[in-house]
Design a protein around this ligand. Structure first.
Ligand SMILES: C[S@@+](CC[C@H](N)C(=O)[O-])C[C@H]1O[C@@H](n2cnc3c(N)ncnc32)[C@H](O)[C@@H]1O
Length: 263
């Protein structure tokens, strides 16, 4: 896999204030109206359970689950993300820890009922190490719930929408993909306002990479879900991005939610 820069901590650290405003306390459109409903359904009722949020960002999901009665620990490698999460989370019961997901020092074995990672695993350079740590800190029978960019259809800049107009079919939208099989990393651009761009590092790994790594860490896949866009998501995307995103998302999923159980 291509190595880029110092890895992802500095990228996300530099974007932490922008990301904090973007997600707020309920998540942005993509999280709130596309990914989170499926992730949270897989997480299920976590009242009274010990829950770990891996790569928590500003921690809005951690606080949501804590309000529902979970004992939540939230981990992120970016010191500024954790600072912002703590500032938002004053008075909430969440324990925030600044640590890399692949080295959860001070977290004992078999502590958690549920570990979840919302859109963070494909941003983590040592994702295999992070899965290993998730498995270590889960209780036997505990569940690891992960949402990621869909490895088959969202292959960083090796993928995109293509539209074809024809008389019989006014707008057919296809997803083009190349270079799927080989893991690679590249800089991911984010529009951070005023025409400026910020960059993080994204890591593509094919679907069989996830299956093999989960299996090798003693985690058995029990569910795979491909979030479908809500009506709100389609309408807002069509307003903002035009027909391509709105039409394409209804037919091709760009996210995957995996649930795996510790054997
Ligand atoms: C796209 S954000 C997702 C944040 C949050 N889960 C959410 O849903 O808003 C990815 C997060 O992964 C974190 N991250 C990247 N590498 C990490 C690592 N090695 N260990 C822990 N967190 C990491 C980043 O700092 C960032 O907060």
């Amino acid at each position: 896999m291509t190595r880029l820069g110092k890895g992802n901590r500095d990228g996300w650290d530099a974007l932490s204030d922008w990301y904090d405003l973007k997600q707020g306390e309920v998540g942005d459109l993509w999280h709130r109206a596309l990914i989170d409903p499926v992730l949270l359904k897989a997480v299920g009722d976590c009242r009274g359970k010990h829950v770990l949020d891996l790569g928590c960002g500003n921690g809005y999901l951690s606080r949501r689950l804590a309000r529902q009665g979970a004992e939540v620990t939230a981990v992120d490698a970016s010191p500024k993300m954790i600072k912002n999460a703590k500032a938002r989370g004053r008075g909430s019961a969440v324990r925030y820890v600044c640590s890399s997901a692949n080295q959860l020092r001070d977290v004992p074995n078999s502590k958690f009922d549920i570990v979840f990672a919302n859109m963070s695993l494909m941003d983590i350079s040592d994702a295999e190490g992070a899965v290993g740590e998730a498995a270590r800190v889960l209780k036997k029978g505990g569940r690891f719930v992960v949402s990621i960019s869909h490895p088959c259809f969202d292959v960083l800049s090796n993928s995109g929408w293509v539209a074809e107009k024809a008389l019989a079919n006014p707008l057919a939208v296809y997803r083009k993909v190349r270079g799927y099989r080989e893991p690679f990393s590249e800089m991911v651009p984010w529009n951070i306002g005023d025409g400026s761009k910020g960059y993080t590092v994204g890591y593509h790994r094919p679907l069989n990479w996830y299956a093999r790594v989960l299996h090798s860490k003693g985690l058995a896949i029990t569910a795979l879900e491909e979030p479908e866009p809500t009506r709100e998501f389609i309408e807002r995307e069509q307003e903002q991005q035009g027909d391509l995103d709105g039409v394409g998302f209804q037919e091709v999923p760009l996210h995957l939610v995996i649930e795996a159980v510790k054997l």
